[in-house]
Write a protein that binds this ligand. Sequence first.
Ligand SMILES: *Cc1c(COP(=O)(O)O)cnc(C)c1O
Length: 401
Amino acid sequence: MPGRNFLFVPGPTHLPERVARAMMVPSEDHRSVRFPELTFGLFEGLKRVFGCGEGEVFIYPSTGTGAWEASLANTLSPGDKVLAPRFGHFSHLWIDMMKRLGLQVEVLETEWGGGASEDRIAQALRADKRHEIKGVMVVHNETATGVASDIAGVRRAMDEARHPALLYVDAVSSLGSIDFRFSEWRVDLAVTGSQKGLMLPAGLGIVCASPRALAAETSAALNRVFFSFADMRKANATGYFPYTPSVPLLYGLRESLSMLFDEGLDNVYARHARFAHGVREAVAAWGLAPCCRAPRWYSNTVTAVAVPPRVDAAAIIETAFRRYDLALGAGLGPLAGKVFRIGHLGDLNELMLLGALAGAEMAMLDHGVSLRAGSGVAAAQTAWRRGSVANREREVAALAA
Ligand SMILES: *Cc1c(COP(=O)(O)O)cnc(C)c1O
């Protein structure tokens, strides 16, 4: 099709031209004397994005799923008990992995559309008098439902229960788009992949580990070879990797980190909050509702839109793709056919997002959803113009001060 494809799945996200150019490099020796100049900056930059003071970052040639596996395999032993709320496809996949690795998972079943319940976590931890639960596993931003859990709240619940379990957080679709405070929230293991907020192709699995998580490594008996923290730490200490890294992705990462720092992390988070608000205004103007059940859990990076009964969301997604070259996210698991998802994370601006909203409107109209053409677009325009006027006033005030 002529023109650009509108990629609005919640990962992979748009590849900025700056990042694409940075990755166009000839192959080079990853054991050269100059290579550490590249790697040390990446560890520092990633720690800044995680909000990590003390701790270490590991970069695997992998994906978010690999980073999950790394975080588990380096800190837990077969038969260890862990606590995990399940409220969407990704929390489900994580639970499945933990079971397959031989962990005992106490699952807190939660209706999809809600987030991690701090009260139920505290209750389960208080009931665990012998402190058998070794980890609390929470997906920060559940990409399947557009739900962001309150990690600070989960940490408070763990503190109130005076429970020593480690806190594991899947930050795959939040890091680099939604504020994340690894050290302040005392997260022990946080994971991400390269293809979401970091604006790269898939191919890097990234783990941030606290000193407590690193200490757990000595007694952890799950098998690990490729994902061994110890091997990584040894090589990383001198600026190298234990095996061949994806060098172009590392150059891309250096560029995407500087894009985030050039814009300013707080501005990046504010931009995503503003975009998410506009998308929800559009959904309301269509007479539809987000899958997320309560405003406290609204995600700033993805909105899952519930379509009216008897309308097939999968058909809307197919039409959007075939007719308008717009890629929307599918409903996952039990949400298949019931929702379509709009990813609004990474490298994007208002006009790109208006294009996606306009395309979603056309595809919905094509499938008989009763809405007024342009209603969602207009609602988002209004939200963002208001936001931009307020921002400009703030900027003027800051300059005058
Ligand atoms: C995308 C995603 C993953 C999976 O990451 P991969 O890079 O595909 O392995 C895990 N968790 C969440 C919340 C995600 O959005």
